[in-house]
Design a protein around this ligand. Structure first.
Ligand SMILES: C[C@H](Cc1ccc(C(C)(C)C)cc1)[C@H](NN)c1nnnn1Cc1ccc2c(c1)OCO2
Length: 331
């Protein structure tokens, strides 16, 4: 079996949403596929009005295939301090023609203001590893873990694009979606993330390669590229107008600065992925100024490196859960 679904970036590629069908008759919600968490949760009719702001709600009561998991609850807090919690239902879920008939759907009763404020986002599909699922008394499998046994191949792929629709595929690798070869690196899933080690980085096409092992996670649910301070300093030192502005929350530079270099990160045996300099001018710091917030920021607030959308949209990425490895290819 296999599946394929288009993903759509929101403005500034802050997040990528995909249509998902839940229940019978199908209720379609726009969800955020997040490889950096492992809860499948949705805005639902269980929420108080004050927490809803235009989102599409999953209504378990009108689905003829939903079953409430009595006594099961969930509560998740994300690294940016946002949170959500609620009850759990079993129902059928279809993503891009791939159906899981008994998915644990976590229906929100409470969401933090950050989720209420994002009216386009109806919830998250966590595709990290199930060991960090928050459902109590017994944790639940992710959508991919439920689908995996029936798939042609135990993989899903992420093809995120800058300011354009991309695609998530399940169960197969589309050889027309990338250039050259896919380089595979081992994954350590012990903390539930797609954690891997990059052998180093290079700033600009003429820069030298810096051999330094960077431990981090591949995270479709994080917008930016969060890297160690030393790497950020090496990158921003090459941009004439770059400054570290704590008041803005990080590195900024003049949006029209022509000295913004490309950034390369190593994957394995000499292969590198090139992130175009244009991906690094993330968003205007405020309407009046001509300064942009950098797409690369320090990981010091997080504690580990996060290869978020700014990096992932420069590559074709294979999340190979069957073999616990990540595949990287140029595109
Ligand atoms: C932030 C997202 C999860 C999310 C996505 C979207 C949203 C909104 C819709 C409301 C915009 C909120 C939350 C990320 N997903 N793996 C995540 N989940 N848990 N950690 N991270 C990454 C991290 C991101 C930012 C940090 C951080 C750690 O530590 C300190 O600052």
């Amino acid at each position: 079996d296999r599946g394929s679904v288009q993903n759509l970036p929101k403005s500034y590629d802050v997040e990528y949403l995909m249509p998902v069908s839940l229940g019978t008759p199908a209720q379609q919600l726009n969800l955020d596929l997040d490889t950096g968490s492992s809860d499948f949760w949705v805005f639902s009719t269980l929420l108080k009005e004050s927490m809803i702001n235009g989102q599409t709600l999953y209504d378990p009561n009108t689905s003829t295939t939903s079953d409430k998991m009595e006594g099961y609850t969930w509560k998740i807090t994300y690294g940016d301090e946002s949170y959500s919690s609620g009850d759990v239902y079993i129902d059928t879920v279809t993503i891009g023609d791939l159906t899981v008939s008994t998915q644990a759907v976590e229906a929100a009763k409470v969401v933090s203001e950050e989720f209420t404020a994002d009216s386009d986002n109806d919830g998250l599909v966590g595709l990290g590893f199930g060991i960090i699922n928050t459902v109590q008394p017994y944790k639940q499998k992710t959508f991919f873990e439920k689908a995996m046994p029936g798939l042609d191949s135990p993989v899903f792929t992420a093809d995120l694009k800058a300011g354009a629709p991309g695609r998530y595929n399940f169960g197969y690798i589309d050889d027309d979606a990338y250039l050259g070869n896919i380089t595979y690196v081992p994954v350590d899933s012990s903390d539930g993330f797609w954690r891997w080690v990059s052998p180093g980085f290079q700033v600009g096409s003429t820069g030298s390669f810096n051999s330094t092992r960077i431990h981090g996670i591949a995270d479709t649910g994080t917008t930016l590229l969060l890297l160690p301070d030393g790497v950020c300093e090496a990158f921003y030192s090459q941009i004439a107008s770059a400054e570290y502005e704590p008041s803005q929350g990080g590195y900024t530079f003049e949006c029209d600065d022509s000295t913004v270099p490309d950034f390369y990160f190593g994957t394995d045996n000499g292969q590198m992925i090139r992130i175009p300099g244009s991906y690094m001018s993330y968003s205007k710091t405020d309407t009046s100024s001509q300064r942009c917030f950098g797409g690369m920021q320090s990981d010091s607030g997080v504690g580990f490196t996060i290869w978020g959308d700014v990096a992932l949209k420069a590559a074709f990425v294979v999340f190979d859960q069957g073999n616990e490895q990540l595949g990287w290819a140029e595109k």
